[in-house]
Design a protein around this ligand. Structure first.
Ligand code: SF4
Length: 350
């Protein structure tokens, strides 16, 4: 197998590796070296072809519901950023349009049990209306929305904005990028904050503590501080010490729970970090990149068995790793599709 040169790293004249990473890339490596190899290192099938990586042939309905919800939220807060409060009718429209755009009806056949539990397009509209009732007017009154899906970190235009330099040592130089769902100013605290939407089956008592420690929340706070230096109309606004995670339950909580207390459908969580904690995160990403360089150089991708049964239904490569090494390539070819690898320049810059 030939390991091709990738967009996320290059070798500098001084021999160090220059990495461009985001949370997904570095977290995949942190989860399992072999998973990273399948998902990001790829193969060059022929000399003339671009490298390709392995991806599932089917999209998990729970992941699809998360993407659909992000799309509804993007439409909602985009409208606020343009100076108009979304109405109930808008929410119904956003839910319906995103449902169609994401071809969600296809899951009625491929995953009927979860589809029915969610409630199809009627469940989608009800979820959007429930969010409107709970949070839309509150956020309209308490937040100034600066923009949704504002990417940071990659130099894609000719305006001379710098990539976001994260750190370096004698082996690596690291740049960081990403795309929080929203950037907002909390007017009561006069603080700039990144926000991300997350979906879970249901919201239980562990949700409040599940986003710290968390590499994405720390990274968004670090990056939003950097973004503040280039933003307009934010004079006097404080840099963030916290971010907002808006957690939504995919499945509507029952109105008659056995323990008598109805679980919430939505819950905002506010992970907060001190300067020392952000610095600890920054140093850890540089260290992970150093380990990634070692894996690339030696072409050694150890399986991290403790991660095999994580994810929604276990790792997508479970069947591959459960078979003898000489059979794995056959299973990859039969059960997976080849796609273009992660591309650091896919996101817009602020
Ligand atoms: S099945 Fe386990 S060892 Fe294999 S890629 Fe997934 S997490 Fe890694």
């Amino acid at each position: 197998m030939t390991i091709p040169t990738h967009n996320f790293y290059e070798i500098l004249p001084d021999g160090r590796y220059r990495f461009r990473v985001d949370n997904l890339l570095i977290n995949d490596f942190n989860t399992c070296d072999r998973y990273f190899m399948f998902r990001h290192m790829g193969q060059r099938i022929a000399d003339s072809e671009a490298p390709v990586v392995w991806a599932s042939k089917t999209l998990n309905i729970k992941i699809a519901l998360g993407q659909w919800w992000s799309s509804v939220m993007e439409r909602t807060y985009d409208q606020m950023a343009r100076g108009s409060l979304p109405t109930e009718h808008h929410m119904w429209r956003f839910a319906t349009d995103a449902w169609q755009d994401d071809s969600m009806e296809a899951f009625a056949k491929s995953d009927p049990e979860v589809f029915e539990k969610f409630g199809g397009v009627d469940g989608a509209r009800a979820m959007a209306l429930e969010y409107w009732e709970a949070f839309v007017r509150q956020h309209w009154n308490s937040w100034r929305i600066l923009g949704s899906e504002l990417g940071f970190g990659w130099r894609t235009d000719d305006q001379g904005r710098p990539e976001m330099y994260l750190g370096e040592d004698d082996k690596v130089v690291v740049y960081y990028g990403g795309k929080p769902d929203l950037e907002l100013v909390d007017m009561a605290q006069n603080m700039l904050m990144p926000l991300d939407h997350k979906t879970k089956d249901q919201i239980d008592s562990s949700v409040a503590s599940s986003f710290k420690p968390h590499p994405q929340t720390a990274g968004y706070i670090w990056a939003t501080r950097e973004m503040l230096k280039h933003m307009e109309n934010v004079e006097g606004v404080k840099p963030p010490t916290k971010c907002v995670i808006m957690v939504a339950a995919r499945f509507r909580p029952t109105d008659k729970p056995r323990k008598g207390v109805r679980k919430p459908r939505f819950m905002p969580v506010y992970p907060s970090y001190s300067e020392a904690e952000i610095e600890e995160w920054r140093v850890s990403v540089v260290e992970k990149c150093r380990r990634l360089r070692d894996a690339i150089e030696r072409n050694v991708w150890i399986p991290r068995e403790s991660a095999c049964h994580l994810f929604y239904h276990g790792c997508m490569f479970l069947r591959v790793c459960s078979t003898p090494p000489n059979m794995r390539e056959h299973i990859l070819q039969a059960d997976f599709q080849r796609v273009a690898p992660w591309q650091p320049y896919d996101v817009e810059e602020i």
